[in-house]
Design a protein around this ligand. Structure first.
Ligand code: SF4
Length: 524
């Protein structure tokens, strides 16, 4: 031990100064615990290090410094994963430590800790969907689905276009009746005329075999057919109807997604598994059998399709449920048993924040496990709400987890009692809107701009620090602070903005930065 702290109780204030090693008896431990608790509860720790470093953070103190008996009988400060660094000349100030001799403050030094990284992606068979690859080495694909009546060609074209322009790389449309099937090739043509070649997926239930047979132009215009093994047909008809859809896909060179769904699970399969389970010596729970039925439903149908002649490189699987933990369990089982490309999605995720949170929690965990080749986040929009929100959430999920980059991220603090004016919220929104507005141009002229990180912070507490971590950041003045906003570029303070035009000036600074770093002429 490098030193010990002797106590000075003059003026009722205890100070501990490193002098020499002093053994502390085990019986003193209880007193030390009391000291620790008093330290935590009463004072904001101010630990002045002789190196000149001052630490003023109660949480830091609570979390990173702990006091426990060392083998020598002394006290050491430690944390779970670090090498110990005993700083000479440590000075602790503490009203509560009147009666106690102190050993040196062994402060933890930094250690190299790896950031969390996702497990390697599960190796799956790549599937081409109208020019977009799902699985294999391809990036995780974002997809979405319309909620228009597909027979309404204009409305469907408009929504597909909006979804594609928002970043949906594949769009699914409902094909539920003859009028919808007849509309599909027209929708395809109109999208092409708009310059949008986003692949379309037809969503078929019950009569998909008939619709595809009766509307070959529809079968040709679609890039993939989505079928639900629980809704293809029943009894002997099921295999025949399933076979017809698969043969159509083979004939047209299309892919199929076999999408099992908790709400329309193949009842014959479920019943058989439940019966078998009832006879087992150690029966599983009904929920476990249902999860197994979901997985088997997808796998058996895939096997059947392959037996008919559809290549494995034409098959995508999904097994959607509406509960987060069940979804994680089902996809882990599925991924462990097959190398088919997997489409992830939480079905019936719900509205607003509930749908976003539930989907992000479930998909985030699976993606971190290396599971999933394409995602859809099924949000129920508010009446008249924006359908493209589901695309945005997919992109933000993938980007915040580090899988893909789509648009520059604006980090903004939540604001608090230090941001009593609306300046901060207004600037954060103005920058976000500006970036969204400029992205179509930047995408063409400034490759890599989507990786840019911008910070808009509300006050001096975290503002300069967070701004330095971003590529470009601004720290606005909080309530009572000098009305000046330092701007940080590439980690260094570049300038200070003042006055009523801070927002416009900062936007221009962002523009200049984008042009300088990512683009050339035409970038601004
Ligand atoms: S940076 Fe400042 S304004 Fe923003 S949340 Fe933190 S203390 Fe509040």
């Amino acid at each position: 031990m490098a030193g010990a702290v002797a106590c000075n109780t003059s003026n009722g204030i205890h100070t501990g100064r490193v002098l020499a090693p002093v053994a502390v008896r085990t019986s003193m431990l209880t007193a030390m615990e009391a000291v620790k608790n008093r330290l935590r509860a009463i004072i904001i720790p101010v630990v002045k290090l002789s190196s000149g470093l001052t630490l003023r953070n109660r949480e830091w103190f609570r979390n990173s410094v702990d006091i426990f008996p060392a083998a020598s009988g002394g006290h050491e400060r430690t944390a779970s994963t670090s090498r110990k660094l005993t700083l000479p000349g440590t000075l602790a100030t503490c009203e509560a430590m009147k009666e106690v001799d102190c050993t040196p403050l062994a402060v933890e030094g930094p250690v190299e800790t790896p950031v969390a990284t996702a497990a390697p992606r599960n190796r799956t068979v790549a599937v081409d969907i109208g020019g977009v690859t799902i699985g294999g080495d391809a990036p995780i694909v974002v997809q979405s689905m319309t909620n228009t009546d597909t027979a309404d060609i204009e409305a469907t074209v408009a929504q597909v276009a909006a979804l594609a322009q928002a970043g949906s790389e594949i769009v699914r449309i409902t094909v539920d009746r003859a009028e919808a099937a007849a509309a599909v090739p027209h929708i395809r043509d109109k999208l092409v005329k708009l310059g949008l070649d986003v692949p379309l997926v037809g969503d078929f239930h019950y009569i998909g075999h008939t619709l595809l047979a009766d509307h070959p132009a529809c079968a040709a215009a679609l890039a993939k057919y989505r079928i639900n093994p629980g809704n293809v047909g029943f009894g002997q008809k099921r295999d025949r109807q399933f076979g017809k859809i698969v043969e159509t896909a083979i004939r047209h060179g299309k892919a199929i997604r076999i999408g099992a769904n908790w709400g329309s699970l193949d009842q014959a399969l479920l019943t058989r598994l439940m019966d078998d389970n009832a006879k087992a010596e150690a029966p599983l729970s009904a929920a476990a059998v249902t999860r197994e039925a979901m997985v088997q439903s997808a796998l058996l149908s895939a096997h059947q399709a392959e037996a008919i002649g559809l290549g494995r490189d034409r098959i995508v699987l999904s097994a959607k449920v509406s509960q987060v933990q069940d979804l994680i369990a089902v996809y882990r089982m599925l991924a462990a048993r097959t190398d088919h490309a997997l489409h992830l999605g939480l079905t019936e995720a719900g509205m607003g924040s509930k749908g976003v949170v539930a989907s992000s929690a479930a998909l985030g965990i699976l993606l971190q496990d290396g599971i999933g080749d394409t995602i859809r986040i099924s949000l129920t929009p508010e009446p008249g709400g924006d359908r493209t929100l589901e695309v945005k959430v997919c992109q933000e999920l993938l980007q915040t987890m580090g899988f893909r980059a789509f648009v520059p991220i604006v980090a903004a603090c939540p604001g608090c009692g230090r941001t009593t004016s609306t300046l901060f919220q207004e600037l954060a929104k103005a920058i976000q809107d500006h970036i969204a507005e400029r992205m179509p141009v930047w995408k063409e002229t400034c490759p890599g701009v989507e990786t840019m990180q911008v910070a808009v912070m509300g006050c001096i507490v975290n503002g300069p620090g967070e701004s330095k971590h971003a590529d470009i950041g601004i720290s606005l003045p909080g309530t009572g602070e000098t009305p000046a906003a330092p701007v940080f570029i590439d980690g260094k303070k570049a300038m200070t903005l003042r006055g009523p035009d801070i927002a416009d000036e900062f936007k221009q600074i962002v523009e200049d930065y984008v042009a300088r770093r990512f683009g050339g002429a035409g970038a601004v």
